[in-house]
Design a protein around this ligand. Structure first.
Ligand SMILES: [Fe+2]
Length: 294
């Protein structure tokens, strides 16, 4: 799931029938109004993964993408990602299940308590944050069409599960991501909202990490992109900068081309600690605001 406001709809040969029924429409409507009076139950933005809706072509797309990416990632992804992928039973044979004894959620529950929840499409930012604050990851269930395997502007289940969810099995990353959601809910100040979006972009979506002296991939936008995963590590057009919270939060980004700047963590503890310090700052600001107005 991308951290993006908007009302984009899946179209074309994307298997949108899976999310276009009355349940999907009702959940999207609820998500769009979440936190307004009468719209306080976050569980109503979730839908079932109608697994029988996947076609054989969809399953083949998953296997093709899985094979291509896992071969590259075996030597270029963070060990935390690779360990997580194994521990949640991410396999090539089939599109992941969200429910049942073989589901990614079955394994995640025991590891960190995170869960992936199917959603019908983009969620407004605050709805998205509310999910993260509960250790629930809004997950697109449709998969990209066969003719767009290498690039799809919207997230799909390959991006959301293959790209994001293995890190949710790691206790340090798991804590970071929940803190991110809680902190983001604390503020409506556009200054902080923009900075937090940048932090998400340059870490969760496009982050790099140094492990044993080598730079490895962990951001979901890189992990799930056959083209950009290679580009991020090999192109002379890409600048690798050391992660620093304020520097990251001050860096703007564009979404429609390969990223020219990427930030490199030294550890996930560094990210968790930076997030905790940002959350504490927001808590202090909220206290001061409430003291000033009372
Ligand atoms: Fe994403």
């Amino acid at each position: 799931m991308a951290l993006t406001d908007g009302d984009k709809k899946y179209a074309g040969s994307l298997n949108s029938a899976m999310i276009a029924g009355p349940e999907g429409r009702a959940a999207q409507e609820y998500a769009n109004h979440f936190l307004e009076p009468g719209y306080e139950d976050i569980t109503k933005v979730y839908i079932e993964q109608l697994y029988e809706g996947y076609t054989e072509e969809n399953q083949e797309s998953w296997r093709t993408l899985y094979d291509k990416q896992m071969e590259y990632l075996a030597t270029h992804a963070s060990s935390v990602y690779l360990t997580g992928a194994k521990s949640i039973n991410l396999v090539r044979d089939h599109i992941p299940y969200l429910q049942g004894p073989k589901s990614v959620n079955h394994f995640l529950q025991k590891l960190t308590g995170w869960q992936s929840r199917a959603v019908p499409g983009y969620l407004p930012a605050r709805t998205f944050f509310a999910c993260l604050a509960r250790r629930e990851f809004p997950t697109t269930v449709v998969i990209r069409p066969k003719e767009s395997l290498h690039y799809l502007p919207e997230p799909d289940i390959f991006h959301d599960i293959f790209g994001h969810v293995p890190l949710h099995a790691d206790p340090v990353f798991a804590d970071f991501l929940q803190t991110y959601g809680k902190a983001a809910l604390l503020t409506t100040d556009p200054y902080h909202t923009e900075r937090l979006a940048r932090l998400f972009w340059f870490t969760v979506e496009f982050g790099l990490i140094r492990e044993d002296g080598e730079i490895k991939l962990y951001g979901s936008g890189l992990i799930s992109s056959p083209g950009e995963s290679v580009h991020a590590l090999t192109s002379k057009e890409v600048e690798h900068r050391p992660f620093d919270l304020d520097t990251v939060c001050n860096t703007s980004f564009e979404i429609d081309h390969y990223q020219p700047i990427l930030y490199v963590l030294e550890s996930f503890a560094q990210l968790r600690d930076a997030m905790n310090s940002y959350a504490n700052r927001l808590i202090e600001e909220a206290k001061q605001t409430s003291a000033a107005t009372s």
